[in-house]
Design a binder for this molecule. Structure first.
Ligand SMILES: Cc1cc2nc3c(=O)[nH]c(=O)nc-3n(C[C@H](O)[C@H](O)[C@H](O)COP(=O)(O)O)c2cc1C
Length: 394
């Protein structure tokens, strides 16, 4: 099974990631991985930390001469901020009580984490709950995207709303996806609509001036996914459930929909379900994709689209009421250097988690130890789809 895990504290020495189950023979492009990491660092409304870091991966194992060899792939991302924190974060020698956190931030992991893990200093919680960890996910996601690209699957992500300002998501095909990605990467908020981007930036400026924070939503999508990933046969094999769980695992994501799932719930069935057509030239096809590419927990060959809704950042520069847990007196919550709005970087984390989900389901169906073996399995399936099911699309 394709799996990965991450380790590392926000102000520790760095982040370690281990991926198991990648096939041998996969061409690895570290330039592309570092590009995705650089994109995650951007975003209007981010805090000062991102100007200190310059995330790049150092591959430690599993890759030789730019190709995977089948063993676990591990890599390191250094925290450049660590020297400023070594007296607080060093594994052997630190100054007790230095930068201790005892006024938990409402909406963050501080209080429930401290109760659960028996910590009086909530720094032991926030260091790991911090979204710094998502740099690992974005880098791992780039490996998975490179695997998917070998089978003509490509992904993109775009910001759809910040606070109350929303735009319509753009739905590209494989040809126009590159242009969309270019315009998204040129936007300070990863939003394809430049007018709305300006309005969103003004909204963030206003929130910053008031000591407030903002949430929003983004869409992630995968094009070229073949029909047949996931399964209806058991709850734990459904692709929609897997993807929703993965997207929901991103810090601060509190809602997920597959396709326009929430809007669909307000409409009659005739306006929601995607009718099925056939011509000898096109084979089987749909004119709409309101199911978001998944029916019965199985990919149906249309673009898979997932939308995620993010709550406002919990650290407020005008902090909410909390309790000092060393005196039990009412005080304002602690402030830790923070983003005002992080929907743009979260969208890249969403893209990484979607890449992982699709790659995991793909490997489950077409598994092999070498990329060529998977190619053979996939080609056989595509021939079958074409002959038996008149499926022409890739
Ligand atoms: C990319 C990204 C950046 C984030 N930046 C911050 C931040 O600077 N300050 C903060 O308090 N929360 C930030 N968050 C949100 C917290 O990590 C999150 O709210 C917290 O871990 C509690 O988890 P929960 O919101 O899922 O309950 C960020 C989340 C993401 C995805």
């Amino acid at each position: 099974m394709l799996e990965y895990c991450t380790a590392g504290e926000s102000h520790g020495k760095g982040l370690v990631t281990i991926i198991t189950g990648l096939p041998a023979g996969l061409q690895v492009d570290t330039g592309d991985i570092n590009h995705q990491l650089a994109q995650r660092q951007k975003g209007y409304g981010r805090g000062g930390r991102m100007s200190i870091e310059q995330d790049r991966i150092e591959i430690l194992s599993g890759v030789r001469g730019k190709k995977t060899i089948g063993s676990p792939v591990s890599f390191f991302i250094v925290n450049k901020d660590y020297p400023n924190w070594s007296n607080v974060m060093d594994a052997e020698h630190n100054t007790p009580g230095e930068r201790a956190v005892q006024r938990p931030r409402p909406g963050h992991a501080d209080l429930p984490g401290a109760i659960k893990y028996h910590h009086r200093d909530m720094r032991n919680i926030l260091e790991r709950a911090s979204a710094r960890e998502t740099a690992s996910r974005v880098a791992a996601g780039a490996f998975f995207s490179q695997l998917l690209a070998c089978f003509d699957m490509v992904l993109y992500s775009q910001v759809v709303s910040i606070g109350s300002i929303a735009c319509l998501p753009v739905t590209p095909d494989k040809k126009s996806r590159k242009d969309l990605v270019q315009s998204i990467e040129a936007s300070p908020l990863r939003c394809a609509d430049s007018q709305k981007t300006r309005e969103m930036m003004d909204l963030i400026d206003g929130a910053k001036a008031r000591g407030e924070s903002l949430g929003g939503s983004f869409e992630v999508a995968a094009l070229g996914v073949p029909p047949g990933l996931g399964s209806h046969i058991s709850w734990d094999r459904r692709l929609d459930a897997l993807l929703a769980g993965l997207i929901m695992s991103i810090p601060a994501i509190k809602g997920v929909e597959i396709g326009p799932g929430i809007d669909n719930s307000t409409r009659p069935g005739s306006e929601v379900h995607d009718e099925i057509f056939y011509t000898p030239e096109l084979g089987l096809y749909r004119k709409t994709n309101r199911a978001g590419g998944i029916e019965g927990g199985i990919s149906n060959g249309e673009t898979i689209t997932v939308r995620a809704f993010m709550k406002p950042i919990p650290t407020l520069y005008k902090p909410l009421t909390s309790v000092n847990t060393s005196t039990w007196e009412e005080e304002k919550a602690d402030i830790e250097r923070s983003d005002i709005c992080a929907v743009a970087p979260a969208s890249l984390v969403g893209e990484a988690m979607l890449a992982y989900g699709i790659a995991r389901a793909f490997m489950e169906k077409f598994s092999g130890d070498h990329i060529d073996e998977i190619q053979r399995n996939y080609c056989t399936y595509r021939d079958y789809m074409k002959k038996v099911w008149k499926w022409e699309k890739t």
